[in-house]
Design a binder for this molecule. Structure first.
Ligand SMILES: [Zn+2]
Ligand SMILES: [Zn+2]
Length: 431
């Protein structure tokens, strides 16, 4: 049993006892007799101390097991692959019991860890507009009870035996998707958002037989390849919205080449738009915000925009043929042709929001200046990691209002009323 503990990890006598179906004392006795035949230095007391710490230290050094004063750091290197840590787990959550019903406390069951699963103790979950559309029934009926949330930050608390990227104690994030076919052209290119079979959403989708349940909960179990690392230095609560809003704006900005010398327009400065402004500015682009009122002008400028246009007065004449990229982050019906007219040669209007009506523009708006109209959906996992690293380098997080779970329904109302600067994040200790 002891030899199943991998190099660089330690187990307690109790951990081994559970595995062997015996008690910690028996394990201690057996170790005393036959321990020299095993990797004995990988077994310590539950508090990380060892009776033979002086002799073990050389092995700990060799395997990179952190310790101080003869005490191993159990938090960072305790082997989690033992029974009891891997089993199915029922956790508290907030979700809706039925179609368009308000959210209330519910429980969800997280699956027993598979080979490549990571179980995350959630710290923070952002409230995305998609959560509200889904929970209030705007996008049709789903399976219930349903727990939303796809802007998740937390700490790894257990990993399956085949997991290599993450260890217990590390801070990680999960975004909009938790699985995909893995075989289509999009998946092979790392662009899981565009999976042929449709990626599995973090909540409200089916992963095999299992209805996925999102991040408004105490814990979640996700395949390793859909988990990203949260760089140190990023505030974990304010990082949560980056897992959706961050990647959804970062991906098209990269795709259409935002950078020095480029002019970027951002339509709408809500949860999505305000992060887009920060990222585009950090990429070195000149950023203009289009917003229906002047209320957010000062914020826009402080986030890095150089100009704020209040669309209530119409679109300024001097911005015709001005932009290389315009991100439309809003879901209301706008004059697509008018915004296309603001694009210069080879410019692209990129649709991120989903308005109700079809988009319309005369064909000449495209032939002139070789403009294009496109759309973008979230982004890949590798790209999400790249985005988080970029945000850490440039000190970018979302502007948030942290709430307890009991305020979720109220936060939904306020988000719809645009009464939030700029994203609600739920403290997961309140679930
Ligand atoms: Zn979202
Ligand atoms: Zn695929």
């Amino acid at each position: 049993m002891v030899d199943r503990v991998p190099a660089g990890r330690v187990a307690s006598y109790g951990d081994i006892a559970v595995l062997a179906g015996t008690g910690p004392r028996q394990v201690g006795r057996i170790m005393a007799g036959y321990g020299h035949l095993t990797c004995w230095w990988r077994v310590v007391r539950a508090d990380g101390t060892s009776a033979v710490a002086d002799r073990a230290a050389a092995y700990w050094d060799e395997e990179g097991i952190p310790y101080r004063d003869g005490r191993v750091s159990m938090r960072t290197c305790r082997w989690s692959n033992y029974p009891g840590r891997m089993t199915e787990l029922t956790v508290r959550a907030w979700g809706t019991p039925g179609f368009a019903a308000p959210l209330e406390p519910v429980t969800v069951t997280r699956r027993e860890l598979r080979e490549d699963d990571v179980r995350i103790r959630i710290e923070f979950a952002g409230i995305c507009h998609s959560d509200i559309h889904t929970m209030r029934g705007d996008w049709g009926e789903r399976a219930y009870p349903l727990v939303p949330g796809h802007e998740i930050v937390g700490i790894v608390e257990a990993v399956g035996p085949a997991v290599t990227t993450f260890r217990e104690g590390e801070r990680v994030g999960v975004g909009c998707f938790v699985n995909s076919c893995g075989e289509c052209d999009a998946c092979l290119a790392g662009e899981i958002s565009y999976c042929d079979e449709g990626p599995t959403p973090t909540y409200g989708g089916f992963d095999g037989e299992e209805l996925t349940q999102g991040g408004y909960s105490q814990a979640i179990v996700v395949r390793e390849s859909f988990v990203v690392s949260v760089p140190e230095g990023l505030d974990p609560a304010a990082t949560a919205p980056l897992l959706c809003a961050g990647i959804t704006t970062y991906s098209p900005l990269r795709r259409w080449g935002a950078g020095p010398g480029k002019r970027v327009g951002v339509i709408g400065m809500g949860g999505l738009g305000h992060v887009g402004v920060k990222i585009a500015a950090a990429m070195g682009a000149e950023v203009t915000v289009f917003s229906h009122s002047t209320a957010k002008r000062d914020d826009a400028l402080s986030f890095g925009a150089t100009r704020h246009v209040s669309t209530a007065d119409g679109l300024p004449e001097d911005l015709r043929r001005h932009f290389d990229i315009i991100l439309n982050t809003v879901s209301v019906d706008l004059d697509t042709a008018a915004y296309l007219g603001l694009l210069r040669f080879d410019g692209a209007l990129v649709q991120l929001g989903l308005p109700g009506e079809p988009l319309q523009a005369p064909a000449r708006m495209f032939t002139q200046q070789r403009r294009s109209l496109s759309g973008s959906l979230v982004g890949g996992i590798r790209e999400t990691q790249e985005m988080l690293d970029f945000c850490a380098t440039h000190d970018i997080t979302a502007e948030i209002e942290l709430i307890g779970a009991e305020h979720i329904n109220e936060a939904y109302d306020r988000t719809i009323a645009s009464d939030v600067r700029y994203r609600f994040v739920i403290d997961a200790t309140t679930f």
